[in-house]
Design a protein around this ligand. Structure first.
Ligand SMILES: Cc1ncc(COP(=O)(O)O)c(C=O)c1O
Length: 382
């Protein structure tokens, strides 16, 4: 029996020929033809702004923290139910992460709790689009406008999703994507920063190129390049961009195939939800999603542990997700929670993610049957 992994990296078939072309181009460092192709694709998709490839979403968030002028003692509002990089990028600049609970439907930052967390030191809100489903960006952007705050979207999981017809990552001042191999569109490690605020674009290039004006030099805008700002090496080499370019070319087809898998799970588990045994994902009004993830919310931690064990015995890998940041050792030291973290703690204990990758279709019935079997055996009192 084949083991069904939680994730399997996808290749479109065009990656190898792109590699060969990248090698023939004789340009293997960053910002060659494939990087430019990816930038154009991302800018077209976003409909505005400037895209810059990075070597990870973590790097894009670190760039965002520098660009946003985050300094020691500044406060950042974000969910606790997220990946460590959403906080770490700002903590590296000396900021205090202020954690706000998530909504019970989407597990996204609860926009109703944001204003209570704002203090005179607050500089930015970092909405994280969990499972590629948008936060309530209309409300968040309005709060940010009223309080003069930056909005930095952690759209690590959000490529190809929209909110009120606009692509995620393009809504805030800055948006960060991940192309890590667990995401929908991949390059192994990889990411991108979308700079939607035009006044930040020139500085973004400089920060990404070690604090130099190298990009301006290559465009012939300055006659020598030099150290002009702080920065680091945030750009990927061309081989990574070559892999990514192959994936971006197929982004519509990849998304469609993932949505078909997602929909099949959703239909298969409708009865379980009606019977009150699980809660299925919810897609908020005004959102289209990219089928990044299929999860189920179980009744409690003990049941989830038994579920993961049951699936593992059937050679199917299912995994839980984030360990909340507010109660992590580092989070407790450098951050604070604004209000109760009730939903965060619940979701962290109860959520389980099912395998979802291109090529799963022929094995998906096995996953579905195994899930249904788990709940049958439980209700029969075993
Ligand atoms: C919400 C979120 N932010 C940031 C990241 C970091 O992405 P990367 O691995 O590309 O640095 C992840 C990775 O899973 C994530 O889920």
């Amino acid at each position: 029996m084949m083991r069904i992994p939680f994730n399997r990296p996808h290749a479109t078939g065009r990656e190898m020929s792109n590699f060969a072309r990248a090698m023939a181009n004789g340009h293997l460092s960053g910002d060659g033809p494939f990087t430019r192709q990816c930038h154009s694709w991302l800018e077209r998709q976003a409909g505005a702004g400037k895209a810059l490839l990075t070597h990870s979403c973590t790097a894009a968030l670190e760039m965002a923290a520098i660009l946003a002028g985050i300094e020691a003692g500044d406060e950042i509002i974000l969910p606790s139910y997220t990946f460590v990089s959403s906080a770490n990028a700002f903590v590296l600049r000396g900021a205090v992460p202020v954690f706000v609970d998530v909504r019970a439907d989407t597990f996204n930052l609860n926009e109703q709790l944001i204003e209570a967390a704002i203090t005179p030191r607050t500089r930015a809100i970092v909405p994280v689009h969990y499972a590629g489903v948008s936060c309530a960006m209309d409300v968040i952007l309005e709060i940010a406008r009223r309080h003069g705050l930056m909005v930095i979207e952690d759209a690590a999981q959000g490529i190809m999703s929209t909110f009120q017809g606009r692509p995620l990552g393009a809504l805030g001042h800055l948006g960060a994507f991940s192309f890590h191999e667990t995401k929908n569109i991949i390059s192994g490690e990889g990411g991108a920063l979308l700079v939607n605020e035009p006044t930040m674009a020139a500085r973004a290039e400089i920060i990404r190129e070690k604090g130099t004006n190298r990009s301006q030099f290559f465009r012939g805008q300055v006659d020598k390049y030099t150290w002009v700002d702080i920065g680091s090496s945030f750009l990927p080499g061309e081989m990574v961009a070559a892999y990514l370019a192959a994936q971006l070319d197929e982004a519509d087809a990849i998304t469609a195939q993932r949505l078909a898998l997602w929909d099949r799970y959703h239909e298969a588990f409708a009865e379980l939800e009606q019977a009150g045994k699980v809660r299925r994902p919810m897609i908020a009004a005004g959102c289209t999603h990219n089928a990044h993830m299929y999860y189920l919310l179980l009744s409690r931690l003990e049941e989830r542990t038994a579920f993961i064990e049951h699936m593992k015995a059937l050679e199917i890998q299912c995994v839980f997700h984030y360990v909340p940041l507010h109660s992590s050792p580092r989070g407790r030291l450098v951050g604070r929670a604004s209000g109760a973290m009730t939903v965060t703690d619940e979701v962290a204990d109860r959520l389980v993610r099912l395998p979802l990758w291109l090529g799963l279709a022929e094995h998906q019935d096995r996953v579905i049957d195994a899930v249904l079997q788990f709940f049958r055996t439980r209700s029969s009192g075993r």
